[in-house]
Write a protein that binds this ligand. Sequence first.
Ligand code: F6R
Length: 242
Amino acid sequence: MNIIQAKDYKEMGQIAAKKIMEQVNAKPESVLGLATGSTPEGLYEEIIQAHKDDNVSFKDVTTFNLDEYVGLDKDNHQSYYYYMHHLLFNHIDINGGQVNLPNGDALDLQEECNRYEKAIKQADGIDIQILGIGLNGHIGFNEPGTPFSMQTHIVDLDESTRQANARFFDSIDDVPLQAITMGIDTIMQSKQIILIVSGLQKAEALKQLVNGPVTEDFPASILQKHANVTIIADQDALSKLS
Ligand code: F6R
């Protein structure tokens, strides 16, 4: 694993954005895997700025998001569909038809998982997957205990994950109980992975990811087995690594 130290959250986003821009400029029809949450917000701001400065075009890019809550429609401000359009897609020249998120409002959720997994394969896989990490080691919404062999699937969210994400909702009761997520196997098939990590509260998780055993009890530990992972982390997040 290649670890890049950023001085702070802003620089973490800048370094990650530069890598995305290099990828897209080298291969305009790149397939990007994207994440939501607090960590990538700065990265998306940097990408929007680079696009405005004419440094990069996304018109031939295809995207697949990691996950989506079950039961929130697209107009719901807490849906990842809304997040991605609001914080990135509406501000760049990406073709709306090439944007993909799991549909957490589908009538048949299992069929939706199968469709999503197939769509990633039909696009010839993901060139760069952006990941954040949960305090319990989740990546996507693959909670501790998820078999490494899983592909896109429906997941019951951990109580700790619902608590952590409650800050985006009016109350914890509004946080959905389930989500659709790419599986660990789906994520591991990405050609390159960039994990971004910021803040003291993530320091323990990052330490476990880098130095701990590879175990389904800490899903992100599987990244030790991927051939092309770059971790971009700020000083606070790296503070527990020797
Ligand atoms: C988001 C996702 C999650 C987050 C993780 C960290 O699409 O899949 O795994 O990356 O929960 O979230 P933040 O960045 O809010 O700390």
